[in-house]
Design a protein around this ligand. Structure first.
Ligand SMILES: CC(C)(COP(=O)(O)OP(=O)(O)OC[C@H]1O[C@@H](n2cnc3c(N)ncnc32)[C@H](O)[C@@H]1OP(=O)(O)O)[C@@H](O)C(=O)NCCC(=O)NCCS
Length: 140
């Protein structure tokens, strides 16, 4: 059974997970993991205790009241099962409960699958650069 929850996840467990993902080729993964465990809200999808996906969101902008997704990923073995959508909707629920008014994210223009996930879940583009779209969804 797949469960998605907000977790005060153990930093080492998250590091072990993220270390084996492409994110580890893009950022200094130990530093990143420490930063998000300290400052972000982490939604974890598990199947039989094993992590099968994460959605890491900053809810620190108390002026704009905007959450920001820094990283969302579902294991390749578990894609197209709705887990990405579930991870997004858990973050939207959390935002609503904590009186945030929107959630934003950046997506590379060539990441069509992620774009599809976000559009399907009500995110719209509000800004773009050469390689990225910035998308957000208002919370009603
Ligand atoms: C983007 C990602 C999180 C989606 O996770 P997921 O659990 O597969 O998402 P869902 O099952 O909720 O599917 C969302 C939609 O995308 C579609 N989709 C997912 N994988 C797809 C694929 N390989 N090809 C075509 N469509 C795909 C699903 O069919 C679904 O569409 P639908 O609702 O119209 O049927 C996942 O593909 C992933 O981890 N990608 C790598 C990391 C990444 O790119 N993160 C985003 C960075 S901005």
């Amino acid at each position: 059974m797949v469960l998605v929850n907000i977790e005060k996840i153990d930093e080492l467990e998250l590091l072990e997970y993220l270390k084996n993902t492409p994110l580890a080729n893009k950022v200094e993964i130990k530093e990143y993991t420490h930063k998000v465990c300290t400052n972000a809200t982490i939604f974890v999808a598990r199947e039989n205790e094993n992590i099968i996906g994460v959605n890491i969101v900053y809810f620190n902008d108390r002026i704009l009241k905007r959450g920001y997704i820094t990283h969302i990923r579902v294991n390749e073995t578990h894609r197209k099962l709705g887990i990405g959508g579930l991870l997004l909707s858990k973050a939207m629920d959390y935002a609503r409960e904590h009186n945030f008014t929107s959630i934003a994210l950046e997506v590379r223009k060539n990441n069509e699958i992620a774009m599809h996930l976000y559009t399907r879940n009500g995110f719209t583009i509000y800004q773009e650069t050469e390689n990225s779209y910035y998308m957000k969804k208002s919370i009603i």
